[in-house]
Ligand binder design. Structure first.
Ligand code: 13P
Length: 231
């Protein structure tokens, strides 16, 4: 069971240090825990969490080890900082920054090759779900990925992200079962996970953890989600 907090574009180095030092002492129950700070806060997070089991993940990673790619960061650079893994293909990258299935596939494959753990995100938009295209979209997004011991998929329905509209446990289970039938890897659920709904989501047989956005920014609610998932 993995509970990962995706901080998105929140928490600069100072706030990241304060948060991670407090996280060290928090009661997180018995689950694997990771935080995903923005690039500029990774070093601070790694330092503050040194000697703990809490993993530090980036939010994206380029496929080349170096090169003329303005604004990008590579796997060797992240590994040099002590970063353990990276998110790839988050719907916000796909929606706002034009990332494609093919680009996501390149990022995932090379991050894995270079020694990072990867959380690869998939999920349908509201319009796609209403049009009955959920399965087609998930099949397309997953068709470019290969199972790997260091790969985890996060099913994040776009309509549930930051909206307070969590998928019901039944909707999540159905999507997770489909994902697992296509790719044999652990699958996290993401989209408005809160302390109040975490337990029943992770109780579903094919839900192996959660990728938490907004609620991961508050130490108390993040710790409460971890504890709820560990029961
Ligand atoms: P929220 O938990 O804020 O809905 O965000 C989910 C998410 O996008 C995690 O990557």
């Amino acid at each position: 069971m993995l509970i990962a907090g995706n901080w998105k574009m929140f928490n600069g180095p100072r706030e990241a240090g304060v948060f991670c030092r407090a996280l060290r002492d928090a009661d997180l129950g018995d689950v694997d825990v990771a935080v995903c700070p923005p690039y500029v806060s990774l070093a601070e997070a790694v330092q503050a969490l040194a000697g703990t089991e809490i993993g530090v993940f980036a939010q994206n990673c380029h496929w080349e080890p170096e090169g003329a790619f303005t604004g990008e960061v590579s796997a060797p650079m992240l590994l040099e900082l002590g970063v353990y893994g990276t998110i790839v293909g988050h719907s916000e990258r796909r929606q706002f920054f034009g990332e494609t299935d093919e680009g996501v596939a390149r990022r995932v494959e090379s991050a894995l090759d270079q020694g990072l753990q990867v959380i690869a995100c998939v999920g349908e938009t509201e319009a796609e779900r209403e049009a009955g295209e959920t399965e087609t979209v998930l099949r397309r997004q997953l068709s470019v990925l290969n199972a790997d011991d260091n790969l985890v998929v996060a099913y994040e329905p776009v309509w549930a992200i930051g909206t307070g509209k969590t998928a019901t446990p039944e909707i999540a289970q159905e999507a997770h079962a489909l994902v697992k039938s296509l790719l044999d890897v652990p699958v996290l659920y993401g989209g408005s996970v809160r302390p109040e709904n975490a337990a029943e989501l992770v109780a579903q047989p094919d839900v192996d953890g959660a990728l938490v956005g907004g609620a991961s920014l508050d130490l108390e609610s993040f710790a409460a989600i971890c504890r709820a998932a560990s029961q």
